[in-house]
Design a protein around this ligand. Structure first.
Ligand SMILES: Cc1cc2nc3c(=O)[nH]c(=O)nc-3n(C[C@H](O)[C@H](O)[C@H](O)COP(=O)(O)O)c2cc1C
Length: 334
């Protein structure tokens, strides 16, 4: 087994990396050490729904330890903090202030990054009331990357566990490249440990980031794991049989589909959820430029014996490219 001196964290991806995905993923792939749960909106709620809690309690997250996340704004005070939050049994929480959602309320998500004084007040109120370490996940700013400077000054005043930075602005959404220079400037100015997040989709880019920031011990990967579920194994140099990649991928996909079909009430929900995964997984296959838009695109073929109505290898739109899907660099980066 390869021992690595860095940690790979599965990023929170709302609608994707929930407890079902994380558990199925961990049954088929290794290399991911921890996960951050997709955000739990707490604004104005007195109580978090039990189904939301299931996503973050350790009881349901034995395979990959998970950290709960909440999405909060300045309104959060001790009285608005959900009453049942103490049932969260994980070591630390993270606040989300990087959501790039365009129609976000002005001072929520990455919008809050434009108001460092509000972040200051929020942390001031929250930290004494939370008996576990708190970290934050941020972007460089909402409108421009200069916003990070005032924000870092504020973060430096509070005892945070770490800062996860995705070096883009909120309005940038996912366009352009992750700004490594801006990441470096923010990290240098900050007293807290940094976690790198953004655009790790292949081992070469991971190596580049690692070489540039040797002091960073934790890296967060989101979309890259959806497109290439083998990515964490590749980064860690965990050897696997290239000839079995396609079959492993198929088993993973079919188990994922079975797990969601057991959870969702109708085929519409199931197809809706799986379409998201197909969108990201598609580039691993040749002909991926032809997107799957409707279930009929998949030419649903014979149901496999489980609850799963579609078998990946039987879906003609997904014509596997053996050269691509079986290629594995086995590059040891740790
Ligand atoms: C579909 C989608 C859903 C996301 N949901 C969340 C979320 O719930 N909480 C959060 O903090 N970030 C969320 N993010 C941001 C990711 O966690 C991550 O910061 C971003 O995708 C950059 O990392 P990557 O380039 O490795 O994907 C989401 C991103 C995407 C694309």
């Amino acid at each position: 087994m390869t021992t690595c001196d860095f940690t790979l964290i599965m990023a929170p991806l709302q609608g994707f990396t929930d407890v079902t995905f994380r558990n199925v993923y961990a049954g088929h792939f290794s290399g991911v050490d921890e996960a951050l749960a997709p955000f739990i909106p707490t604004m104005g709620q007195r109580r978090i729904k039990p189904s939301r809690l299931m996503d973050v309690t350790s009881q349901h997250n034995q395979a990959i330890p998970v950290t709960p996340r909440f999405w909060e704004t300045r309104q959060m005070t001790s009285s608005s903090w959900p009453g049942n939050w103490r049932t969260w049994d994980t070591p630390w929480l993270t606040g989300i202030w990087d959501a790039p959602i365009p129609k976000l309320p002005k001072k929520a998500g990455s919008g809050l990054l434009m108001f460092p004084e509000l972040v200051d007040a929020l942390l001031e109120k929250m930290i004494p009331r939370i008996p576990v370490p708190l970290s934050v996940k941020i972007r460089l700013g909402r409108k421009n990357k200069e916003e990070i400077h005032d924000l870092i000054r504020v973060l430096n005043r509070h005892p945070l566990d770490h800062v996860i930075l995705h070096p883009r602005t909120g309005i940038q959404m996912y366009r352009g490249d992750a700004d490594l220079d801006a990441f470096e400037a923010a990290m240098t100015a900050c007293v807290h440990p940094f976690v790198y997040n953004g655009d790790i989709t292949e081992t070469a880019f991971f190596s580049r980031v690692r070489r540039r920031f040797p002091e960073i011990r934790k890296f967060m990967i989101g979309r890259g794991l959806l497109t290439n579920p083998f990515l964490a194994e590749e980064i860690k140099g965990i050897s696997s049989d290239p000839a079995r990649r396609l079959i492993r991928l198929q088993h993973f996909h079919d188990d994922l589909m079975a797990a969601y079909s057991a959870r969702f009430s109708g085929p519409g929900h199931l197809i809706g959820r799986m379409k998201g995964f197909w969108h990201y997984l598609g580039p691993s296959f040749k002909d991926h430029h032809k997107p799957v838009k409707k279930s009929s695109d998949l030419l649903l073929l014979r149901p496999i014996p489980t609850m799963c109505p579609i078998s990946l290898t039987r879906a003609r739109s997904f014509s596997p490219d053996p050269a691509k899907i079986t290629s594995c660099s086995h590059q040891v980066l740790c």
